[in-house]
Design a protein around this ligand. Structure first.
Ligand code: CP
Ligand code: NVA
Length: 307
């Protein structure tokens, strides 16, 4: 693994292997503290958009393992504006040992990876959110184990988070149903690639309009914001389209009895997810957020070649 850009780039075995490392590092963190495997290493954190989880969990992942992180805000480096991405990548490669980048256009993170001589991690683009996908899979496995055939349902805008969830489910042999309104479907290229992966693992990919039909038999219900970063001017239009896709107590009641409810956060409470569900017995949204830390330690350890 040279860079971490999309879960579709990894084999199923590599995905499970990363999850196993994450489980081991999580246990170690709580029992003895992590070994300083990242000693002497600094991770550059490039942000074109705001962040709570990604920023703090990467910084803490480095510190817990003896390394350090450097936050670079949107205004500071002006990626592709003040300076070309190729030049930024080649300059930073001489200063830091790895780069995490949160970008608007997916092509910007692949361009960074193309020119960087140190590992590049995708911390969210308009196309996908693979670190989130790994933390999601870790959270699901902690509850249900690694067995194939689990039913995961994503309800709402079939966005970047949905794409990484699709890939990780397909890689692990979990069935994924996506219920989204017309015009807010999954990226067709991701459906095509997801379908190829699913054909190898036996996962099913189902796209529906009706959220009620979609959650029937689901062990996982997942939702995300109706308006992602960069789509703010569409917010009013989206607020009119998405209410039938709200994850509320009624919808959760139609799923499996043991269903877990997931959200990558930040949540827009009482829009895509009600308070009652977010703070209710099925919700795993905070352990899920915390798992970003452990999943990313595993990704970093693999990229640095130390685990
Ligand atoms: N889920 C997630 O990536 O959160 P942040 O935008 O706060 O990093
Ligand atoms: N889909 C959301 C995820 C935020 C973590 C966005 O891109 O804004």
């Amino acid at each position: 693994m040279q860079h971490f850009i999309a879960i579709s780039d990894l084999s199923s075995r590599a995905v499970q292997d990363l999850l196993d490392v994450a489980i081991r590092l999580k246990k170690e963190y709580f029992e003895t503290g992590n070994q300083p495997l990242f000693k002497g290493k600094v991770l550059g954190l490039i942000f074109q958009k705001p962040s709570l989880r990604t920023r703090v969990s990467f910084d803490m992942a480095m510190r817990h393992m003896g390394g350090d992180a450097l936050y670079l805000s949107p205004n500071e480096i002006g990626l592709g504006k003040r300076e070309s991405i190729a030049d930024v990548a080649r300059v930073l490669s001489g200063y830091v040992h790895g780069l995490m980048a949160r970008v608007f256009e997916h092509a910007h993170v692949t361009e960074l990876a193309k020119w960087s001589s140190v590992p590049v991690i995708n911390g969210l683009s308009d196309y996908n959110h693979p670190c989130q996908g790994m933390a999601d899979a870790l959270t699901i496995q902690e509850k249900f184990g690694p067995a194939k055939g689990l039913n995961v349902t994503y309800v709402g805008d079939a966005n970047n988070v949905a794409v990484s969830l699709l890939y990780v489910c397909a890689k692990l042999g979990w069935n994924i149903t996506i219920a989204s309104p017309e015009g807010y479907d999954l990226n067709p290229a991701a459906v095509e690639l997801g379908g190829q992966i699913a054909a190898e693992t036996g996962a099913k990919i189902i796209q529906l309009r009706d959220p009620h039909e979609a959650v029937r038999g689901a062990q996982v219900i997942y939702t995300d914001t109706w308006t992602s970063m960069g789509q703010e001017e569409e917010a009013a239009k989206r607020e009119a389209v998405f209410p039938p896709y709200q994850v509320n107590a009624r919808l959760v009641g139609e799923a499996d009895r043991d269903v877990i409810v997931m959200h990558c956060l930040p949540a827009h409470r009482n829009h895509e997810l009600t308070d009652e569900v977010a703070d209710g017995p099925h919700s795993v949204i905070f352990p899920q957020a915390h798992n970003r830390l452990h999943a990313q330690k595993a990704i970093l350890a693999r990229l640095f070649g130390v685990a």
